[in-house]
Design a protein around this ligand. Structure first.
Ligand code: 4NP
Length: 154
């Protein structure tokens, strides 16, 4: 069973959305042997559901976000095959936490998988308006197919 972990800062906006968009992709395609989870480099929102705005924008696209925020744990390096970061800050934080090349090699920025878009990071929507949440969902949709191909070939 392949396992992927999406990571952002608070685990209430971008990475829960990524988790839900990928789960929705897997369900649509009848794929059940992949485990998907998400975490934050900060545990500041631990125990909270995802941001209501993120959930509302995702639901408009038929995607339900149900995850509860948790902080990234060292064990996650061992437990997941692929660890996908949303922005450079998340990536740099986890590179510093990695204790082996094997763990470091599991880290990949989400934007590495983009098919048609050109962003280098998934921008944090937390302090902005509705457009920011839509952009997050557009970016996630654009990268999921390549991410899936990479995960199953890992
Ligand atoms: P996320 O967004 O990293 O996409 O979950 C944020 C959520 C909360 C905060 C920052 C970013 N915050 O500062 O509380």
């Amino acid at each position: 069973m392949k396992k992927v972990l999406f990571v952002c800062l608070g685990n209430i906006c971008r990475s829960p959305a990524a988790e839900a968009v990928y789960k929705s992709y897997l369900e649509t395609n009848g794929i059940s042997d992949i485990e998907v989870d998400s975490a934050g480099t900060s545990a500041y929102h631990e125990g909270e559901p995802a941001d209501q705005r993120m959930r509302d924008h995702a639901r408009e696209r038929g995607v339900e976000i149900t995850s509860i925020s948790r902080g990234f744990k060292r064990d996650d390096f061992e437990n997941f095959d692929l660890i996908v970061t949303m922005d450079n800050s998340n990536y740099n934080t986890l590179v510093l936490k990695a204790t082996s090349e094997e763990h470091k090699n599991k880290l990949t920025p989400f934007c590495h998988f983009l098919k048609t878009r050109t962003e280098k990071e998934v921008p944090d929507p937390y302090y902005g308006g509705a457009d920011g949440f839509e952009t997050v969902l557009d970016i996630l949709k654009d990268g999921m197919e390549n991410l899936h191909q990479r995960l199953i070939s890992t």
